[in-house]
Design a protein around this ligand. Structure first.
Ligand SMILES: [Zn+2]
Length: 134
């Protein structure tokens, strides 16, 4: 069973091309001076089309998570921790937490995280790991 993976669109192609090079980028609006995610052609706050890509620091913190105890077979080799993380740039993103036990005792809300890049079936995805584990 092959793994369901994101399909790049014209709006997200740059994001995925950069992730493949282990770089995490988010868009920034030149008009209202805010970062936003997910990728799209116009600012999610003010609708401006004057937006650019900016390299993110990779620093984030844990906002929320679930531990998937009944993992679908295609995902059996990957982290069962499905998390909402907030990047230092202020955008939130769904991802996985890796490098830590899938145990609530090991997952503290607000814990500092760092973006890392995980290859899955020839594609690269951004995931996060506890910052002190680096
Ligand atoms: Zn804006």
């Amino acid at each position: 069973m092959s793994l369901p993976l994101p399909t790049p669109t014209p709006d997200t192609q740059f994001f995925w091309d950069e992730v493949a090079e282990n770089r995490l980028n988010v868009q920034y609006c030149m008009d209202c001076a805010r970062h936003y995610f997910y990728p799209r052609s116009h600012c999610r706050f003010c609708g401006s089309g004057d937006v650019e890509w900016r390299l993110a620091s990779g620093r984030a913190h844990l906002v929320s998570y679930i531990i998937n105890r009944r993992v679908a077979p295609a995902f059996a080799d990957y982290s069962p921790i499905i998390a909402l993380v907030e990047l230092e740039e202020g955008v939130t993103m769904m991802s996985n937490i890796v490098g830590v036990e899938a145990d609530p005792a090991a997952l503290t809300l607000d814990m500092p995280l760092t973006a890392v890049f995980e290859e899955r079936e020839g594609r690269v995805l951004p995931v996060f790991t506890p910052a002190e584990a680096r």
